[in-house]
Every structure is written in C-alpha cells, then in structure tokens.
Design a protein around this ligand. Structure first.
Ligand code: ZN
Length: 282
C-alpha cells in the first residue's frame, strides 16, 4: 500500500459560503464540519497559487501572529498526507506543494482545471506529472472519470471545478440557454472573456443590476453546488479508502450586494467568503 494518503483538493470555483450552505449538500459534509473561511485572494489565479503554496483559505483568527497561524495551519498537512514530520520549512525553498509532493514524498501529481487563466502553460504548472485544461469549463464528472490511483504510489489531485463559476451552467445545459448579463462574458473560448466582475456606476444600463436576474444567478450557483455534490459522491466511491479530501473555493462571488457583481476587482467581504470542509474517506 502507498506510504501516504492520496490527497485531493477540490476547488469549487467562485462558490460563496452561503451558496454552499443553501444548497444543503449531502455528500460533501460527510468529510467533516463545514466551516466558513476566507480566501487570500479575490480571483482565480492568485488564489490557486496561494492554495498550491499550502495556504488554504484561512479562519481569520484574532489575537494571533500570522507566522504562528501559518505554522499551525501547515501541521494539518500531516493529517492530510498521513505523514509525521511535515512543517512549513519542509517546503523551502520552492514553497510549492506539488514540487514537494512529487520530489520528496514520491506522489504522482495531477491538476485538472476548468478556467483558462490557470491553463497548463501558466507558471502554476510546476511539479505536476500531468496538468490538463478540461475540454468543457463545467464538467467535474469528466475529471472524476479520468482519475487513477496507484496502490504503490500516493496521488495528489487538484480539481478546479467550473460548474459553480459564472454562468453557473450544468454540463447538460445548452450554451444557448445560459443567462447573459449585458457587458459580462462568460464563455471560455478566450482568456480575455473570463468574467472578473464589476461595480455599477450611476448612468450605466440598469440591466446590469436587475435584481431578479441577480437572484436567478445566485439560485443557479446554489443548483450547481447540488449537482457537484452528486459528482463528489461518485468521487467518494471511486477514491481508495486512504484518501484525504479538502473541498473549498478559490474566492466568493457578489450577486448585487452593495452594487457589485462577480469577483476580481472587488473589495467586499463576500468575495472572500468561502466554504471549507475536509476529512479522510473511511
Ligand atoms: Zn475562480
């Protein structure tokens, strides 16, 4: 049997904490207590870089120095990997989890991503045996179907899941049916099409902040969480028992609060608010 746990990080792109809670998922909370945490960044690329340095969304603790928090937070990787002596300085000098897992612990390391801003040509690709931008931006099931685990070597997977990203579309929904917000592009053919968000400036078309439409978009993200929960259940069935899974988001999303939509160039509590749940499969 592999000396360490398989470790999977599932990132539900743009999934806000309250969307996760309102979806009332059945499978994901089986891993452990669902926490509200905070992402270190408000959009996809820096947030994934941060995750891959080993700093998962934080709990915003008061009365503690950042260095002390990092030290404690890194010790949790011992539980995740099933190791005994991992600490922050284990990652020196690269400070990059995939490199450490591949070079030092002998993991096979894989990334399956949905968003072009973290495609295989970006510098995030270091330390991965395989790194793939999925054909569709919203098909977690295709990722799960391609996952393989070896009895000899532990596997690490980063799954960047796009169903929860704007336009919150399930894989069987035709792109013709996707909701459109004027001025916001959500089709992922080109990098510059990726929505990052924006704020209403007085005088702009009011269609941008149609409240009914924003509620509909929020409801679609909630529905996307329910769908992803069913796929996570398939992942639970497929992964060997010695697998540790962390499920979280790279950032939240604004649905009209204080005049904002989306994520990215937004300074608002809701753009950092993410779900966090983790545990080992039994
Ligand atoms: Zn993102």
């Amino acid at each position: 049997m592999a000396p360490y746990n398989n470790y999977i990080i599932v990132v539900l792109d743009s999934c806000r904490f309250d969307s996760f809670q309102r979806a009332a998922p059945k499978a994901m909370p089986r891993l452990g207590e669902v926490e509200r945490r905070w992402s270190y960044a408000s959009w996809t690329a820096p947030s994934h870089f941060n995750l891959l340095t080993g700093l998962l969304p934080h709990s915003s603790p008061k009365g503690v120095y950042a260095s002390e928090y990092y030290k404690r937070d890194f010790l949790k990787f011992n539980e995740r990997f099933g190791a005994a002596d991992f600490e922050f300085k284990s990652l020196v000098p690269k400070l990059y989890l995939p490199c450490f897992l591949q070079e030092r612990l002998g993991y096979r390391t894989h990334a399956r991503v949905s968003l072009p801003v973290i495609n295989p040509k970006t510098i995030l690709n270091q330390g991965f045996d395989s790194y793939q931008l999925m054909e569709k931006h919203n098909d977690m099931r295709a990722m799960v179907k391609g996952m393989q685990f070896s009895p000899e070597r532990p596997s690490f997977y980063l799954l960047n899941v796009g169903e929860t990203h704007y336009p919150y579309a399930l894989p069987d929904e035709s792109p013709d049916e996707w909701p459109r917000i004027s001025g916001v592009h959500g089709v992922f053919k080109h990098l510059d099409d990726e929505v990052v968000g924006g704020k209403l400036v007085s005088g702009e078309p009011e269609a941008f902040f149609d409240q009914a439409k924003l509620k509909m978009l929020h409801d679609r993200q909630i529905e996307a969480v329910r769908h992803v929960d069913r796929v996570v259940e398939e992942l639970f069935d497929l992964a060997p028992p010695n697998t540790y899974i962390t499920i979280t988001s790279d950032h939240g999303e604004l649905f009209g609060e204080d005049g904002y939509f989306g994520h990215g160039p937004i300074q608002h509590e809701k753009v950092y608010e993410v779900p966090f749940v983790e545990g080992k499969l039994r």
